[in-house]
Design a protein around this ligand. Sequence first.
Ligand code: XMP
Length: 511
Amino acid sequence: KIIILDFGSQTTQLIGRRVRELDTFCEILPYNKFPKNDPSVIGVILSGSPYSVHDKEAFKVDLNDFIGKYPVLGICYGAQFISYAYGGKVEQTGTREYGRAHLQEISLDNPLFAGFEPNSQVWMSHGDTITAIPEGYRVIASTNDVKFAAYASEQNPVWAVQFHPEVFHSTQGTTLLKNFVVDICGSKQQWSAASFVESTVKELKEQLGNDRVILGLSGGVDSSVCAALLNRAIGDKLTCIFVDHGMLRKNEFEKVMEAYQGIGLNVVGIDASDKFFSDLAGVTDPEEKRKIIGRDFVEVFNEEAKKITDAKWLAQGTIYPDRIESLSITGMVIKSHHNVGGLPKEMHLQLCEPLQWLFKDEVRRVGLEMGMPERLIKRHPFPGPGLAVRILGDITREKVRILQEADDIYIENMHNYICEDGKELYDKIWQAGTVLMSSVRSVGVMGDERTYEHPVALRAVTSTDAMTADWAHLPYDFMAKVSNEIINKVKGVNRVCYDISSKPPSTIEWE
Ligand code: XMP
């Protein structure tokens, strides 16, 4: 495994994430907790830090614990500290560098830079500058402003980079980390979902002990996988709450409750649909609808959560993309946001978010690894407010019923349509759903009768993170079948359209 020593940088966890993308197990440890006698260590990475090496409070370590023994890569503060500790110089020169820079004079024959482009873009974020490197080290890349953008030892396997290879804007950062982790440290790239499950379950056991944990289930992939992990770690000490607001997909509440019970979860299901429908009656403004649903959800959830008087933790299925709100240019601040807001303060719950460093595809791998039903794991994302944001205008039980029927036909056909490569069409789509244009009516003819009913729009998009999305090029024969079935079977609908808008400028949901 790779040891990442954390000197307090906000991007330390990202380094871990990048190393894991290379299917390599890594552990992030406090800067002064290097495991001296662990035979599984293959390399060490030193992170950045909010401190300058000259600060009184700066985190310092004895580099001789690992330099000369393992390959070492210092990043930002890590690079400055190596220089500082071995007789180089780190100064506040006034040339702070924040943001984009381009490497020059790269030693392309150095294994760290194998495969690099001559002017590779990197991301800088430092106040101090290395102005001299220790004896026995040589510079291997510069930028316009900084001579020692990267340097390496001539005797030992030690590399130091002033820039941040772990962030997205260092365009070849992944190549650099791969060069280090795989080629230099010799990782066999065997990290797997299985090892994640094993280590996470162990950590959760240690972290939670005998404490009771509450978790809000939504029926979606993230909260379900989170619950399964916790269930494996603490069993019945986990209480899950699943609120039905009445605007889920057809039979969803029952099906998902069944699936949860099937995997042995301790889950309380609450049918709160009357409250939601009555509070939403007559409301047409999309924002107002969302607010009411959000507020009601918190109320219902809290009421139930308060009954669990010995609860110490609130677990959430927050995943990594939920946490990245903005990578600010100066501080690289990664803000986190939370899905369940406003739990009463007097409950004093601590947050437990075991999936917080995983991306969606990894969460799915973990779920499958734990033997969760494939249908549950492969589900498309579904918005918290449910079908309410897919019904234009006010919400009634009848409109929800119409949309549930149309949606069910659409999604079931998507599962049943097998593409040329043998995969279900459903698996090729990021997200699909139907929209009821309940404020629009159009004329049709059925048998000998004139109809005057609502259109339904089909939406299907491809995406990797929901930030941008393209409309999916669905097969015509598939669309024909769905349209036919919806119009023939769903009372209240006489027309089907397909939404061909990408995001941006449109959004995935209509409201
Ligand atoms: P938009 O419509 O903004 O949606 O392109 C992006 C993704 O977020 C989902 N979405 C929500 N998820 N609560 C959620 O939990 C919400 O209020 C909400 N609104 C949109 C949407 O389904 C898509 O996957």
